[in-house]
Structures are given as structure tokens and as C-alpha cells.
Design a protein. Sequence first.
Length: 344
Amino acid sequence: MARSNPLALGRDLAIDLGTANTLIYARGQGIVLNEPSVVAIDITDGRPVAVGFEAKRMMGRTPGRIKTIRPMKDGVIADFEVCEKMLRYFIQKVHASRWSKPRMVICVPSGITGVEQRAVQDAAEYAGARKPVHIIEEPMAAAIGSDMPVHEPSGNMIVDIGGGTTEVAVISLGGIVTAQSVRVAGDELDEALMQYMKKEYSMAIGDRTAEEIKIHMGSAWPLDEELTADIRGRDLITGLPRTLALTTEQVREALSDPVSAIVDAVKATLDRTPPELAADIMEQGVMLTGGGALLAGLDRRISHETGMPVNIARDPLYSVVIGSGRALENIDAMRGLMSLGGDE
């Protein structure tokens, strides 16, 4: 996993400000930071106690005066003040020069409103970015990072499943032809698991346990070998700790609604795709990227329901930040793919 590197003196930065993780790419160096988008705040004075990995370890384990906050929700800023503190911390960690302001490229979901985009730009400027802040849409960045020929006159379909949003887009000639952004992604899968355990087994599990179950047992298609694991949680009737044997079939059932919503978004986008481009996609296939692409069998499920070949990107977790980094390295050539601060 890429960790921070303080040698990025005066470097321009590309930032994938994600709901689950924030990744930073420094010009000429590659990925220099990959940390959870979590901040632990002391509520008595509003001071950040921990950011990133350290704050994530505290989730669900803090005393009353410390609160862990995820400032990003559904791919947009939910808590502006905390987001700005988190960004400032991450930027200072990788950008050691206090005097020079880095030029920045930041990713945003394709369905973002002008107000939400402005909030991202303001947060970056307050955290020390040079004006104007360049904005690139996540599906475009993901397609560039997945080595798709975005500038060619052919249909390229990208499905980027992050923590807060799933971005589905068809790209041709350096532009997005049709796109859909649904606020169903990794977080919704975790939430579906927590609700399933509550409803079916009267058992409460935390965010981190739900995420572990999703990563190790989650699937969208029947597995060659179904597994069983012991899950620990709290019995809602007795209030006491309890262990339960959970199977991968049960986990698949728990995840069925959000997975169906993601598949429906892909079908709806294909439905709005011009026939010539749909023919290209039939030939080249749909590209899956983002953390959600790692859900076992999701490629087979999408392929089964759409009749399209489905490929998984080489580095699905890093596609967006790599694509943003490439846009940063070739900022003049790729200016047409981005919008500047102040644009709506």
C-alpha cells in the first residue's frame, strides 16, 4: 500500500478525495499517500486528534469526548470544516514546502452539483492549493487510469464502484457521452449487511465488522466453494456479546439489493448509449474499477445480466488517482477533459 512520502517538495498534486479513502499522486513521483478518509475530533475544542489510518483504528472505540467523522458521504463533502482539516493534514504530509502552493487536480463524481463542486474547490484552496483548482470527473479519471483509449472515436464503458458512489459512463472522443451516478456503493453494501444481521438474527455488528465480512465473504455470483465463518457481535435481545456462524450464501443474500442497484445503473446507461457506441462496447467490453470491482463474481453477474463482456482494471483501487495523475502530468494536453475552479 502506498504510504506518504515527505520528499514531494513543491510538487503539483492530483487528489482522489474518496468517501472511503483519500489518495494523492505527486507529479513525477506517483502515488505518495493512501489513507482512510476519517478524522477523529476532540469535541471539546474541535481539534483533530488523529487523521487517516490512526483515526480509522479508533472507529467504534472512542471515549465520549472523541468522535470519529467521515467528512465525505456519497462522494461529496458532508462536513466542510472537517474535510478541510483532513485535506490540509494530508497535503502537509506529502508537500513539505510551506511557501509554494501546489497546483491541484481533484476528482469529483459525475453527478455532482455546481454547489458541491464549489465546496470541493474551496476546501482544496483553504487547504493550500494554488488557484485555479482543476476538476476532473471520476469516470473520466478512472478510464484514463485503466488505459482505455478515451480520445479515440470508439465507445468505452467504465463502471467505477467506490465507497460512496457508483459511476457508470460511456466515453468517446475525450468526452462523456452518457453517464449515471448512483449513490450506492461500498458503504451501502456495509449498511445492507448490518441491517440484515439486525433483522434476521437480532444481532448488532459495527461498520468495521461489516466491511471485513464484505471483503472476505461478499459475492455477487455463486462461488465455486461456499464458506462459513464465525461472526462476533452484540445480541440485541440480551445485550450480551454473541458469536454466529454465517455462510457466504447468507452474505450474498444480504448484499442482493445494493448489488442489483449497481447492475441496474449499468443497464440504464447501456439503454441510453447510441447504437454505434454500444457495438464498440460489445466488442471491447465493460471496464470495472474501484474497490467494488473486487467483490467476487460481480463481473460475472454484470456480464450475465447485460450480455456484455466485462473486464476488471489492473489496479482497480488506484485507477482514479492514476488517471488524475496522468491528467496532471499532461495538464496542457488534457485540459479539455477538466474544468477549472469557478466553472459550473
